[in-house]
Ligand binder design. Structure first.
Ligand SMILES: Nc1ncnc2c1ncn2[C@@H]1O[C@H](COP(=O)(O)OP(=O)(O)OP(=O)(O)O)[C@@H](O)[C@H]1O
Length: 855
């Protein structure tokens, strides 16, 4: 049987009996036919949950269609279904439920009100408190599970009860304080080996769940530090091995020791003294023996995890699966690029020839060269049709140009998704809001399908929209009513046991899993109340994750309320609720993240015109955040999601690490590859850290690989210094962590990457690493990548930068391999450039010596 027919038949049935259809009471006629077999095959392959039944022949029809659709998408490794056709009109989806929640649980809110009122709270604390109340209101007073959760939350909001903090700020201080007393000197310093092992061992096994890695930021402890021993001695910028750094590493000279660090776990004010006096301090010399230790790490050395948000370590959840080791990719690129003949095929922007030899990332598609490559444009490709080169290009124009290119590129991989889009469209057509039911109004059939636990649970739900598809295996199947086990619905990681077809909150139908982060899983769901597809981030059942997610929901809520939000390129928030001890954040459904797009294309970057469009949109989002005085703190390609596969529109997600300007709780922030130097060096930070990440992302979007792929913080700094040289003395002086990386004279300790290659300051140029000849592009990146946050380009200036508002001509879309020796000038580049500065300065094309240093 053809799926469309089945769908149509069922759809007609739905129309006749909407309420029956809504609750999954659909015709069983198809239960044993080939369609159901076909669909159950998809559902089985989908393997969303290990506990899911193999036969799902009575699957919810919507689930079936969508599961198939999205499975197809997954199998073809193309992209996820676009949400843009969904009616995005914002609905106050929570109003009815909230009314009911309030009526049910005013008691709980009032219980804590007095104490809360007397406390002066930070904004974050207020957000958390508000959200806590909101979540509390959505729960039943009688449920034992919810009682337990409430106890936890009460502890958080009532310091008097258990000496627990009032809000997040205090929570961080408390955490740091606990660590200070409990772990004393331990874990300040770790050898690289230890760090490596730590990265490959689940965080729980190492107890990081109990010993979070964040530490509170004190007022300005670094300003009280003694000055450097000999501040008058300038650091060596020109040669990585010059001056004091020329000490022979192989002899293990004490002065050249590298202090390989683990994560900070101490309050900042104690960092310095701890480091100086800790008996556990390890001066790690990178000798041959140390290189051997890298070899010892074997495959782990090659495949290590992609940097994740440190917030995941703070909450003790950094056990994501491994990804490509980009340091290897990067060094291979560096060595390979010199062996590429000058006349190699450079007909496109693609860096395929560079990366062809590199190993595939686990699960990535086999790379096909030539015209089949989805991101390879036609050779006669002329994306830009600006005839006039004078005057700035409007933001809309940039978007339209990029959309055109994206359409042309996406069309090559669309044949696999024809079915997907048809089914998707059909399903969306049939989606509409459904009226709620109460428990009393459920029919006998419907009641028969409820588990004992659900019957009990439903007493607290006055609005029921969906009770699960007919054949789904309900996660509450084996749970006894009144069960007090808080983890009854969770797997060993604390993730909710997701079953396709099951309901969430008796309102959403789980269709598919679209993403996973350190905080939980993101599910694609149908919202039966509003009749649309949504994404729901189901947060892990861990107190720290839960609290952090409350802050995220609060920030998203506040951002969405702003009147200029619709043009902000930030994900739209709908609602959040607590279901079975899991905080769930409902947002609009988006497409793939940019890292996935690059990965699926074998780590090839985007054409410059698309990078330009992404840059403009991200700057718009950052500008909006700046208006709201929010620092995102975790910018990376994984957090930039395509709205639709056929255009180049993106939105920014994941505000789990974000903070307001005046509420900087953590000093250990940002995913490592995109981490600003002030964070690595332990200095006060501000919104400029986002600009740093922005610069790193720009380069990565173009090349396909991270610009600074450090396997640990020391390496990270090493990679940065390779391009930027040694940081200015003033910064080293105020850095609380300077002793880890620099000698008393401000000279950098030798640093080797995890393959033993020395990372020599000022030995690489940005144009070499990016293999890009567009000087306006390089100029923008270089202005983002400044040691001194104050010297970094501002968002306003970046929006008006030549790269964003200027034209891009075809010749600069070409990516010529650099076969010239390191530090040689870019031959003939000036004749192709529009940048007036560069026309007159061939030898030093850009006014930024460290990045374009040419001794
Ligand atoms: N609204 C959405 N639509 C589609 N996919 C999404 C959506 N939100 C998140 N995802 C996917 O899920 C992934 C994880 O989401 P998110 O970054 O919010 O989780 P996290 O736990 O905060 O991750 P991290 O480990 O970076 O902190 C994203 O990279 C993205 O691919």
């Amino acid at each position: 049987m053809e799926i469309p027919n089945a769908h149509t038949a069922t759809t007609n049935n739905h129309r006749k009996h909407p309420s029956i259809t809504l609750l999954g009471l659909r015709s069983d006629n198809h239960s044993k036919d080939s369609t159901s077999h076909h669909l159950s095959k998809f559902a089985y392959k989908n393997s969303l949950s290990a506990s899911r039944p193999l036969l799902q022949h009575q699957y919810s029809h919507n689930s079936k269609i969508l599961s198939e659709v999205f499975q197809n998408a997954k199998l073809s490794k193309n992209t996820s279904v676009s949400p843009t056709n969904v009616n995005q009109k914002e609905t106050d989806s929570s109003s009815m439920l909230n009314t009911n929640r309030k009526q049910q649980n005013n008691l709980l809110v009032t219980a804590n009100a007095d104490k809360k009122a007397t406390e002066s709270k930070s904004d974050n604390a207020l957000i958390m408190e508000k959200n806590t109340n909101k979540v509390e209101n959505s729960k039943t007073i009688n449920s034992p599970l919810c009682q337990n959760r409430r106890i936890v939350l009460d502890k958080l909001v009532q310091p008097g009860l258990t000496n627990k903090p009032t809000g997040l700020n205090e929570a961080a201080v408390d955490v740091a304080g606990k660590e200070e007393s409990a772990s004393s000197f331990k874990s300040i310093v770790k050898s690289p080996l230890e760090e490596k092992h730590r990265e490959n061992i689940p965080s729980q096994a190492l107890g990081v769940d109990k010993e979070p890695k964040g530490y509170a930021m004190n007022e300005h402890p670094i300003l009280n530090l003694p000055a450097n021993n000999n501040p008058s001695t300038p650091p060596s910028h020109k040669n990585g091995l010059g001056g004091p750094r020329s000490l022979n590493a192989s002899t293990g000279s004490a002065a050249s020791g590298i202090l390989e660090t683990g994560r900070f776990v101490q309050p900042m004010s104690n960092q310095n003294s701890r480091l100086q006096h800790s008996p556990f301090r390890v001066d790690y010399h990178r000798t041959n023996a140390n290189k051997d230790s890298s070899t010892f790490l074997g495959r782990n050395n090659f495949f290590s995890r992609r940097a994740v948000s440190p917030m995941s370590e703070i909450v003790g959840m950094n056990d994501l699966s491994s990804n490509m080791d980009f340091s290897d990719l990067r060094s291979d690129v560096c060595s390979y690029e010199r062996s590429i003949p000058v006349a190699s095929k450079v007909a496109s922007y693609s860096s395929a020839s560079t990366f062809r030899r590199l190993p595939r990332a686990p699960g990535s598609k086999v790379h096909t060269e030539g015209p089949k490559s989805p991101l390879r444009p036609r050779t006669n490709y002329r994306p830009l049709n600006h005839n006039s080169r004078s005057g700035p290009v409007s933001f809309d124009r940039v978007l339209k140009d990029a959309d055109l290119v994206m359409q042309s590129l996406a069309s090559r991989r669309q044949h696999k998704s024809v079915h997907e889009s048809k089914s998707h469209r059909r399903l969306l057509k049939d989606l509409r809001p459904y009226p709620p039911k109460s428990l009393k109004k459920l029919s006998e059939h419907e009641r028969a399908r409820l588990t004992a636990y659900e019957l009990e649970e439903l007493k607290d739900f006055s609005e029921i929209y969906f009770i699960g598809s007919r054949s789904c295996e309900k996660v509450s199947k084996d749970i006894t009513p009144g069960c007090t086990d808080e983890l009854a619905f969770d797997d060993s990681n604390g993730d909710y046991k997701v079953n396709v077809g099951d309901h969430l909150f008796y309102r959403y139908e789980i269709i598919d899993k679209v993403g996973k982060g350190s905080f939980g899983e993101v599910l694609r769901c149908i919202d039966y109340k509003c009749g649309k597809l949504v994404a729901i981030k189901v947060i892990r059942n861990r107190v720290k994750c839960y609290d952090q997610a409350l802050v995220e929901a609060g920030i998203l809520e506040r951002l969405t309320r702003d009147e200029s939000f619709s043009e902000s390129n930030i994900i739209r928030y709908f609602d959040h609720f607590n279901f079975r001890n899991h905080l769930c954040i409902v947002t609009e459904l988006l497409g793939e993240n940019l890292f996935e797009v690059i990965r699926d294309n074998n780590y090839k970057g985007f054409p410059l015109i698309i990078v330009k469009s992404f840059a403009a949109q991200l700057l718009k989002a950052l500008s909006f955040l700046q208006k709201q005085q929010i620092i995102h703190c975790d910018l990376k390609p994984e957090n930039l999601l395509l709205c639709d596969r056929t255009n180049a529109r993106i939105k920014l997600i994941d505000f789990g690490s974000s903070c307001r300007y005046n509420e900087k709780v953590y000093t250990y922030l940002q995913s490592r590859f995109y981490r600003a130097p002030e964070i690595i060096l332990g200095m006060p930070y501000g919104k400029e850290i986002d600009i740093w990440s922005f610069g790193c992302i720009l380069a990565e979007l173009y090349t396909g690989i991270p610009l600074f792929p450090g396997a640990n913080e020391t390496e990270q700094l090493g990679y940065i210094m390779e391009v930027l040289g040694v940081p200015p003395k003033e910064l080293i002086t105020v850095s609380t962590r300077s002793k880890l990386y620099f000698g008393s004279q401000g000279q950098a300790h030798p640093i080797y990457n995890n393959r033993g290659r020395p990372l020599i300051p000022s030995s690489k140029r940005l144009d070499q690493l990016t293999r890009c000849k567009n000087l306006s592009f390089l100029d923008l990146i270089s202005k983002c990548l400044q040691w001194d946050p104050k010297k970094r380009i501002t968002i306003e200036t970046a929006i008006r930068h030549e790269f964003i508002i200027g034209n891009i001509t075809e010749n600069v879309l070409q990516r010529t391999p650099l076969n010239s020796p390191i530090n040689s000038p870019i031959k003939g580049a000036s004749s192709k450039l529009k940048n007036p500065v560069s026309h007159s300065r061939v030898a030093h094309p850009l006014p930024n010596p460290p990045l374009f240093h040419n001794p």
